[in-house]
Structures are given as structure tokens and as C-alpha cells.
Design a protein around this ligand. Structure first.
Ligand SMILES: [Zn+2]
Length: 235
């Protein structure tokens, strides 16, 4: 099992680590700051810096087949480190911070639109959520509400509840397509105090003000009961 430092501190850019294994699927470390793709958020890219100063480029981060396995994916043909090698893991922070801002922004969007979420994607400076609703959504209203929540600069934090507590509060689960990871005894909730509370394993900004101004690019009808809201960060 890899120690998931990125879950405890979303702002951690670098850590020392030891190689657990490496093969053509990817490099497994004993601990990492690299977020593996999941929950609509892309995996981190970055580099693994070896003792001699040379670096191995990480082109993606994925969850492996084994529970808790995190694969640092490298380009084909890359010389792999040996198990036991010490190195420093560094994410591409500018890219990750953009993803954090958009991921937190999508939580604001889900708080503004009162409907179940059937899908979503966190992108670089842009993102979208699909809502299970027949209602027409007003673009200007959605934009005004999101930007108000950004300006109000709400704190964003993590809270844990037990599987039993979550089962007793099914209204917390807004994503209809993805079931939160239950069965480990507890579930991680992302809380924007007074605004949004839902299971989420992603990485987030500490205050909604960090998101900055947001534009609603377009709202599409994708079928009878599906409205897709596309957002972009302005700068
Ligand atoms: Zn989330």
C-alpha cells in the first residue's frame, strides 16, 4: 500500500519516497504526492528525481489493480528504477493547482443546481457536470451564484464519517453514477461549510476564493433528462 500524502495535504508538491516496484505498468512508491485519476479528476504528471539528479518523467498516475496501488506511469522505453531506490517525487504543481481550482468549482456548481449528478469531468481551466433534470437552467443565474460563492471565500475541508452514518444520510450522495468507496469503515467527505457536503476523494483548494472568477461557457441538453453545464476559469 502506498501512503497517500496527497489526501492529507492537497498542497504538498514533493516528497521523498522509496521505490516498491517498477514494471511496464508503472512505478509504485512507498508514499506519494501524485493523485491517481479518479472521481473525474485526471491523474497528476510530474517527475521522479533520482539521487544523481536525473529525472524520470511521470506522464500519468493511475490506480493499479491491487487495492491502494498507485501507478506512476512513464513513457515506453524509460529506464526503470530498482526496488529500494530512494528518490524525490515532484508533481507538476501549476497543472495540479488548476485542477484543484476547477474540482472545487464543480462542487460549487453542484451546490447551485438542485439535481442529481450523472457524470463530470475536471479539466485544465475547464470542467463540466451532467445533471439529471428536465428543468431548463439559466446560464446567468448559475454563473452569478457560483461567482457569489467564490467571492464569499468559504473554507473547504475534509471530514470523515462511518459507512453507517453515510448509509443513514443517502442525500449526501449527489453523484448518481459513482458510488462512494464504502466497505473500508469510513468515507471521506469534502465540506464547503454551509454550501456543499458530499463524498469526494479529490484534491481541493483551501478557500473558494482561490478559484477566482468563473464563466458558464454553455449549458447543453444531452437527452431528455440531462443538462450538461460547462464551466471555465477566467484567468
Ligand atoms: Zn469532488
Amino acid at each position: 500500500m502506498t501512503e497517500e500524502l496527497f489526501r492529507a495535504d492537497h498542497y504538498l508538491r514533493r516528497c521523498e519516497a522509496v521505490v516498491s516496484s517498477a514494471d511496464d505498468r508503472g512505478i509504485v512508491l512507498d508514499r506519494t504526492v501524485f493523485y491517481p485519476a479518479g472521481g473525474g479528476q485526471p491523474g497528476d504528471i510530474g517527475r521522479l528525481v533520482r539521487a544523481d539528479g536525473s529525472a524520470i518523467a511521470v506522464v500519468d498516475t493511475l490506480k493499479g489493480a491491487a487495492p491502494g496501488e498507485i501507478l506512476h506511469v512513464v513513457a515506453p522505453g524509460t529506464a526503470l528504477p530498482a526496488a529500494g531506490e530512494k528518490l524525490a517525487a515532484e508533481i507538476d504543481w501549476a497543472r495540479r493547482y488548476l485542477l484543484m481550482r476547477m474540482h472545487s468549482c464543480l462542487h460549487l456548481l453542484s451546490a447551485v443546481v438542485p439535481a442529481g449528478v450523472t457524470g463530470g469531468q475536471v479539466g485544465l481551466g475547464k470542467g463540466r457536470l451532467d445533471f439529471d433534470t428536465q428543468e431548463a437552467l439559466d446560464k446567468d443565474h448559475v454563473a452569478a451564484e457560483i461567482n457569489r460563492l467564490v467571492r464569499e471565500n468559504h473554507p473547504v475541508g475534509v471530514r470523515w464519517i462511518t459507512d453507517e452514518e453515510l448509509a443513514a444520510q443517502p442525500e449526501l450522495v449527489r453523484t448518481m453514477s459513482v458510488k462512494p468507496p464504502m466497505g473500508q469503515g469510513r468515507v471521506r467527505l469534502l465540506e464547503i461549510a454551509g454550501v456543499d457536503l458530499q463524498p469526494c476523494g479529490g484534491t481541493h483548494v483551501a478557500m473558494t476564493g482561490e478559484i477566482g472568477p468563473v464563466e458558464v461557457v454553455k449549458i447543453e441538453s444531452k437527452g431528455k433528462r440531462n443538462r450538461r453545464v460547462n464551466l471555465a476559469l477566467v484567468g
